[in-house]
Design a protein around this ligand. Structure first.
Ligand SMILES: NC(=O)c1ccc[n+]([C@@H]2O[C@H](COP(=O)([O-])OP(=O)(O)OC[C@H]3O[C@@H](n4cnc5c(N)ncnc54)[C@H](OP(=O)(O)O)[C@@H]3O)[C@@H](O)[C@H]2O)c1
Length: 267
């Protein structure tokens, strides 16, 4: 199996490296198309596969093609690769807001998988939600899921609309978590801790909470009850959150992300 990654930036490089690290493919089977000459030179030094700067006959030899360019670059890209795409190839797009029908119409292929990863895919703990067109066979789908699993966890969804929902929750989600960590860090500093102590307090508290959630079968609500005793400090914080409608404000933010994802898809 030959895999062609188009766009050797953050995500394209993540995919190429993850597939190699998981031993699903070898260097000989990995092709990368990157238009930026400086990035292409950098990729060559990493020795992760054959790096090209322009599309050519080699595109036809790829069994799987991963589209990892920014959505604004697709029209230019589609024009250049269209002539090399054939109906047997499976095209996987990780581009936010680009629907499968747009890809199909632009390059004339029907086997399309649309995936929404997130940034921690870079270190193998990403969350990817993906869907596929009807023309992708069961075997192809299993192969792709195995590849995507090399970057973390995956969920398959039947309905392409759920990709926008995944964009709003897990795609943008790491930024929400950093936002909350940042507020903990800022408060810890204002209460007298130095920067590195504040970062440790924030990080270790997150890690402890996440690992506890993973290890025991309690809901978030049950965990909150375990920490918050009646009339105590946690309850004081929670009352303040509730009084300020923090939960609703956060949900409004996730909805704004979903609305924007839908808007981008309709462009
Ligand atoms: N980063 C994330 O957390 C994340 C999460 C989910 C989904 N995504 C999606 O992943 C895609 C890639 O994001 P990214 O952060 O990896 O972007 P990136 O770092 O900018 O990488 C894209 C690369 O593609 C290159 N490129 C552009 N047009 C090309 C062409 N015609 N042929 C070959 N290479 C081309 C760009 O070169 P130049 O620099 O010269 O333009 C750039 O090096 C986006 O569509 C994004 O929506 C990203």
């Amino acid at each position: 199996m030959k895999i062609l990654v188009i766009g050797g930036g953050n995500m394209g490089l993540t995919y190429a490296q993850s597939f190699l690290n998981s031993h699903i493919v070898t260097h000989d089977q990995m092709l990368i198309l990157e238009k930026s000459m400086s990035k292409a030179e950098g990729l060559k030094k990493l020795n992760i596969g054959t790096v090209y700067g322009e599309p050519g006959d080699y595109v036809e030899k790829a069994d799987l093609i991963i589209l990892a360019v920014k959505p604004q670059d697709i029209n230019d890209l589609f024009g250049k690769i269209k002539g090399y795409i054939n109906e047997q190839q499976v095209v996987i797009s990780i581009m936010a807001g680009v629907e499968m029908s747009t890809i199909s119409e632009a390059i004339g292929t029907k086997k399309i998988i649309r995936a929404m990863p997130n940034l921690p895919a870079q270190i193998g703990v990403g969350m990817t939600v993906f869907t596929s067109s009807n023309e992708v066979t069961r075997i192809e789908l299993v192969t792709v899921q195995n590849l995507l699993n090399a970057t973390g966890k995956t969920i398959y969804v039947e309905d392409e609309k759920m990709i926008n929902a995944a964009t709003a929750i897990s795609g943008s989600g790491p930024a929400y978590i950093f936002y909350y960590m940042q507020s903990l860090i800022e408060s810890a500093i204002s209460m007298g801790f130095n920067q590195s102590e504040a970062e440790l307090l924030s990080y270790q508290t997150f890690k402890g909470a996440v690992e506890s959630f993973k290890k025991f079968d309690f809901t978030c609500e049950e965990w909150i009850q375990k920490v918050a005793s009646k009339g105590g400090t946690t309850e004081a914080a929670l009352n303040s959150f509730n009084g300020n409608e923090v939960n609703q404000n956060l949900k409004d933010g996730y909805q704004a992300a979903l609305d924007r994802a839908i808007e981008l898809s309709n462009k």
